[in-house]
Design a protein around this ligand. Sequence first.
Ligand code: NAD
Length: 476
Amino acid sequence: MQKFQQYIDGAFTDGAAQFESRDPATGRTWAIMPEARADDVNAAVEAAAAAFMSQEWSGMTASARGKLLFRLADLIAQNAQSLAELETRDTGKIIRETSAQIAYVAEYYRYYAGLADKIEGAHLPIDKPDMEVWLRREPVGVVAAIVPWNSQLFLSAVKIGPALAAGCTIVLKASEEGPAPLLEFARIFDQAGFPKGVLNVITGFGADCGTILTTHPKIDHIAFTGGPETARHIVRNSAENLASTSLELGGKSPFIVFDDADVGSAVNAQISGIFAATGQSCVAGSRLIVANTIKDRFLDRLKEKAEAIVIGAPDDMTTEVGPLCTRGQLDTAISLIAASVDQGAVVITGGHPLECEGNYFPPTIIDCTDAPDAPCLRHEFFGPVLSVLGFDTEAQALEIANDTPFGLASGVFTKDLARAHRMIRGLDAGIVWVNTYRAVSPIAPFGGSGLSGQGREGGLQAALDYTKVKSVWLRT
Ligand code: NAD
């Protein structure tokens, strides 16, 4: 059985304890993972704090930091296949997607490598002739980065890239579900030649090692991606050390289709919008809001495409939908669908787990016309389940779209430019995709509001968010 180690202060060690990782496609144990307990967490934070204090990293020229990040990006690209295979093995995310995603993980590191020497301060033209005043941007310090199991390489890249570019040091906590890709990433990071302690990678259970990490007095900032309930714990915990927080949380994103839309492209975008990553994606377009005039036609085409999706083993290149990462998600899907059907929702396709080993749930579409308050329209499934409502007017479409405590992503399909602009203004979401869905780029900020969190990842702003401003006054 494969055994993984944690990475603290430039050394690979076993954790204080260990736990078994299961293969989501079979439900069988395939690897042993290190479990960080208090001593490991403290050692990781102390290493990151010492690396920060020594200024070996933060005091390095920005372009030298950038060069190391470029080297890291190259190493990720060289090791793309093994990283993708490990992510597939440990989380069940299909190999087609892990292989494609690792390419843009390297791109994100390249973007922040190039940005390292472009994080500028400012000169302030104050009204005193004998005074020079300027702003320095300095790294915030030691960052606790905490990620969920889905897309761990990507979700950590959007934290590690900007934080290192800014000169911070990091303790990264991988999820207890599927930590293998990040523990392997630590090996690659180690080869890049960063000073020791700059990045430390541990894993373990949230309530234990996550709590010790987020309350540690030497943590200055907590960058978290995960569920809203965990975010509440973390924000409460941050009252201990008064660390700043950035939160990337869940979603229940509207996907709005007007009757003038290009139906073919909207159907395709909706299929990948909800079923990519087997629905385990924070930006999943999980609420279809479609004009009543085209609803039946649209649903017919959607059903046909959903039923043609190839469900299979995650390591098979032909598979389009794989298993859910955990048994818990399967149970959530079953209970949310049952409660919604009780209220009058109608399952158009799917709706039941497959009768086989592993956590397989088929692409599912639920018409909620007779159950507009159904739980499937309110709660995040984190699975391949699409809930549908029709609308008659533009105002109604917007009202339904914004009727959610989440505010992460949204999609609008229409050929009417003026209407598109009205929707862009009206949608309460951090991302609006018009006539497209799921487009990402390192240059474009990413994040939400309400229950979807606060702060942005990606883009220049994310790097600035890992800095603090120092005002300098110099009498001349
Ligand atoms: P989760 O909140 O259960 O766990 C996320 C991480 O937090 C894990 O590493 C876990 O160990 C840790 N954790 C748990 N309790 C903790 C505590 N008390 N203190 C510190 N750390 C703790 O989330 P999950 O189920 O692994 O992931 C799914 C969630 O993540 C969904 O809601 C999804 O929408 C969200 N997500 C958001 C984005 C985004 O960018 N907005 C991206 C992917 C996933």
